[in-house]
Ligand binder design. Structure first.
Ligand SMILES: Cc1ncc(COP(=O)(O)O)c(C=O)c1O
Length: 407
């Protein structure tokens, strides 16, 4: 008799299912399709030669460390460099408070393992990052959602939940250029949030991979820095970020800056998963950053993405029918569209694929349900010409659908 593997799967994996959306997104990989569906950096932005030089350099400088097993907490020079970066943002943490992770996705996974029990309440933005939902659904939490508007997380709503006695394990929030909406929390909201979480002793996971990718003004102050300013030390916020959007996601190097209480447990959990993040990747990132690559390179990414955002904004304004609204992100990689209520964007994706254009239906970013008439567009990966052409196709499709509806 044959082994039926599925009969041997754990209970928790039953919560992990494939979705229609994932199947549809598979079709977006046809070469004729202009896809706004991915969440990928522009490949033209990869600093290939600098990474090559940094890899060569580390193999000269520190080859035996770069090629050997390393400590679970991370490559010490990189931890020190990140601690200085955090200090420059106003979040005074020591290198010992930095846990290197295999992308910030791993940090989300580790924190889920550390903090979620079945049915435990967990607060997430509505909508939120799909990858966090994916990482945490296996633990079967009870997601409670907090709305997001043009100023970011609705802190007054959160406060009402807490005042009503909701006691979540944590709140997960993307403070800058949120995925999927592109929205950034205002400074006033950030300050109120810190006051509220300090009063209720609510742990916050701040996920900030896009904070450096601002298109105007200054970098927003992370919640982690405001926590330090308000409480004298990093007390309520575990801060996540990553080199994925600044250098290369293929390196798989991210980090958590955490209050001391979390650190031993995070390292213990990580040790059981991958022992440590690739020594060669960490050491290469370290050398590249030590030698000034971020200062040279990140302004170029901002310029390229700003231009793409502008082209997307212009083309949306020229082509979309009345009744369609969109966010105007001042950084990051995503724009969020809200269509008239009668649209179902999952069904719409099928039609869009006939026009050889793709997006992500908004509903998959909602922890519970909702967002059927919303969708996410990525502007970092397609070229300006592809954005013009692809948004033009979407606009034509939408105009036709709205006309049919009115007829
Ligand atoms: C909000 C957010 N968090 C985490 C990640 C994971 O990034 P990485 O694991 O590459 O650092 C992403 C990737 O798109 C993201 O958008």
């Amino acid at each position: 008799m044959e082994t039926v593997w599925s009969q041997h799967f754990s209970q928790s994996i039953q919560n992990v299912t494939s979705s229609i959306i994932r199947d549809l997104l598979h079709l977006t990989q046809r070469p004729s399709v202009i896809s706004f569906g991915g969440g990928l950096p522009a490949p033209e932005c990869f600093p290939v030669e600098d990474i090559q030089a940094a890899t060569e350099q580390i193999l000269i400088e520190d080859p035996l460390v770069a090629l050997q097993y390393g400590p679970t907490e991370g490559y010490q020079p990189l931890r020190e460099l990140i601690a200085v970066h955090m200090q420059n943002l106003g979040a005074f943490v020591s290198a010992e408070q930095i846990q290197i992770t295999t992308g910030s996705q791993q940090a989300l996974d580790l924190l889920g393992r550390l903090m979620i029990d079945p049915e435990a309440p967990v607060l997430v933005e509505d909508p939120t990052y799909l990858g966090a939902l994916q990482a945490w659904r296996t633990h079967n939490p009870r997601f409670i959602t907090v709305p997001v508007d043009e100023e970011g997380l609705d802190v007054a709503y959160l406060e009402r939940l807490l005042a009503d006695g909701v006691r979540p394990r944590f709140l997960y929030v993307m403070s800058s250029f949120q995925n999927p909406t592109g929205v950034t929390m205002s400074l006033a909201r950030r300050q109120t949030l810190i006051e509220v979480i300090s009063r209720y002793h609510l742990p916050v996971i701040e996920d900030d991979p896009y904070g450096e990718l601002y298109f105007s003004g200054q970098r927003a102050t992370p919640l982690a820095a405001l926590d330090v300013a308000y409480n004298g030390t990093l007390r309520h916020v575990a801060y996540l970020s990553s080199f994925s959007k600044l250098l290369s996601p293929g390196m798989r190097v991210g980090w958590v800056a955490a209050p001391p209480e979390l650190l031993g447990k995070l390292a213990h959990l990580k040790q059981g998963i991958d022992l440590h993040t690739s020594s060669l990747s960490q050491a290469t990132v370290y050398v590249a950053c030590r030698d000034g690559l971020l200062e040279r390179h990140v302004p170029t990414i901002r310029d390229i993405y700003r231009r793409r955002r502008d082209v997307m904004m212009q083309t949306l304004a020229q082509t979309m029918p009345a009744g369609v609204r969109w966010t105007e992100p001042d950084g990051g990689m995503f724009v969020w569209l809200t269509l008239p209520r009668y649209f179902d964007t999952t069904a719409l994706l099928r039609t869009a694929l006939d026009y050889d254009v793709a997006f992500v239906p908004g509903t998959c970013f909602y922890a519970n349900s909702g967002g059927d008439n919303t969708l996410r567009l990525n502007f970092s990966q397609p070229s300006p010409d592809q954005i013009r052409e692809g948004i033009g196709r979407l606009g034509k499709m939408m105009q036709a659908l709205v006309r049919d509806k009115a007829a």
